[in-house]
Ligand binder design. Structure first.
Ligand code: ZN
Length: 194
């Protein structure tokens, strides 16, 4: 399948932050391996002057998702720490780039890039109808961002070669991919985009 991207399309790169990389506090195995592929997607959208959105966890130190504060996760992506920074090799465009911070207040967590953020209004304002979503983790924030996009009426494309999962339970990522496809997401690879 060939997909021609144009001015109603946007790229959403989910949570490519140090703490989700193999050296981080909440590692996604091989999460760093998808950086070169995501850079290919970024370059494609940048070349066409299309917007690229980067979501990030951006938690206060006492965040509700952290162990000891009511949550199940080790502390991760604490605001302004090295762990919260994007992978250094991720090629952020100079223009037409948006950073979407989520989980920014102590008592609210978000697995979807749409929850409690301006992402939807920024997309709508630009007339975006289709979103192309990759990043980490397949079975958490990618899944919830894709489903959120679909529920909000966007056509969602899942970047099959630009995602990695955690698999806390074996098969979680595969099940997440199947769920996204069942809910209407379209799976694509970079070679299919023109
Ligand atoms: Zn988090």
């Amino acid at each position: 399948m060939k997909v021609k991207i144009g001015y109603r399309d946007a790229l959403i790169v989910v949570d490519m932050q140090n703490d989700f990389m193999p050296w981080g506090a909440l590692p996604v195995p091989e999460g760093d391996r998808i950086v070169p592929r995501l850079n290919e997607y970024i370059e494609l959208f940048e070349r066409k002057s299309l917007p690229v959105f980067f979501t990030r966890d951006w938690h206060p130190e006492n965040h509700i998702s952290f162990k000891g504060h009511g949550g199940v996760w080790p502390p991760h992506c604490v605001q302004n720490t090295e762990g919260a920074m994007f992978h250094k090799d991720l090629k952020m465009p100079l223009d037409n780039k948006f950073i979407i911070s989520k989980g920014t207040s102590p008592d609210f967590d978000a697995y979807s890039g749409f929850q409690g953020t301006p992402l939807d209004s920024l997309l709508r304002e630009r007339g975006i109808r289709r979103v192309f979503i990759g990043g980490v983790a397949t079975d958490y924030c990618v899944k919830n961002t894709v489903l959120g996009a679909i529920n909000l009426g966007y056509e969602a494309f899942l970047l099959l070669d630009g995602i990695k999962g955690v698999d806390v339970n074996p098969g979680d990522s595969e099940r997440a991919i199947q769920l996204m496809l069942d809910m209407g997401a379209v799976g694509v690879e970079v070679k299919e985009l023109t």
